[in-house]
Design a protein around this ligand. Structure first.
Ligand SMILES: [Mg+2]
Ligand SMILES: [Zn+2]
Length: 239
């Protein structure tokens, strides 16, 4: 058992709040890519290229790609049931629940997809902020963007830094792995980074700890929650 005290307020008044990415961070594969590979009509790779080359933001990319999906609800669920999550996430949820540290999943993926996978793991109580997947006919779908921000540098569907602004009285810990996390990484008080987010944090001198699975996080997270955290110490790495 890892020791995290209930005194998680950094200065007696400011509590922590964990904002955790989903695709590639909790799920081991990207759920949107998985669905596109199985069910999208031709053309989705070209849209992906437009995004990779920086011609369009992720919002436009996702909007156009989801419109190409041809799948029933059952097919959607069967595909999602094969997606694995990092088993260490269950322990993170247990720890944060036990010590009352809010944990919100913030994703530039799709709400129905995330909720289906969470339910399978009995984690449906976790709050999810993501793009809204709407079924428009038996086999057609569209994506809606209740959390977009026209000023977002990454032009994503769900702007994570805008989401973080909903919690002005809390210190934000970001856990993430990629591009959809870049805009929040600079604004968060601390970052646990995986894959391309590690390089992004290094290049921008953002305080972070690199990890490859959630089991790497428990100890440094416990230390962080106990520390007298210096917000301007950009060299801070917790091991
Ligand atoms: Mg991700
Ligand atoms: Zn943003």
């Amino acid at each position: 058992m890892f020791l995290i005290s209930q005194n998680y307020h950094t200065d007696g008044t400011v509590p922590w709040h964990i904002l955790c990415d989903f695709d590639g961070t909790i799920s081991l594969t990207d759920t949107t890519d998985q669905l596109l590979e199985h069910f999208a009509q031709p053309g989705w790779q070209e849209i992906e290229q437009q995004w990779l080359q920086g011609h369009i933001g992720s919002k436009l990319c996702l909007q156009q790609q989801i419109a190409l999906l041809d799948m029933s609800v059952n097919e959607l669920h069967q595909c999602l049931d094969r997606i694995e999550i990092d088993p260490g996430f269950m322990e993170l949820v247990k720890i944060t629940t036990q010590f009352q540290i809010p944990l919100t999943i913030v994703s530039d993926g799709m709400d129905l997809v995330i909720r289906h996978i969470l339910k399978k793991h009995h984690l449906q109580h976790l709050p999810v902020i993501a793009n809204r997947l709407v079924q428009t006919a038996e086999r057609t779908w569209q994506l809606e963007f209740p959390n977009e921000n026209a000023n977002c540098i990454s032009q994503s569907g769900t702007c994570k830094c805008k989401v973080a602004q909903q919690y002005p009285r809390e210190h934000i810990i970001l856990i993430g792995d990629g591009r959809s996390d870049f805009c929040l990484a600079a604004a968060a008080d601390y970052v646990f980074a995986k894959k391309s987010l590690i390089q992004h944090c290094r290049e921008h001198h953002i305080p972070h700890t690199a990890f490859s699975g959630f089991s790497d996080i428990y100890r440094p997270l416990a230390k962080l929650l106990h520390s007298d955290f210096e917000l301007d110490d950009s060299a801070m790495v917790i091991t």
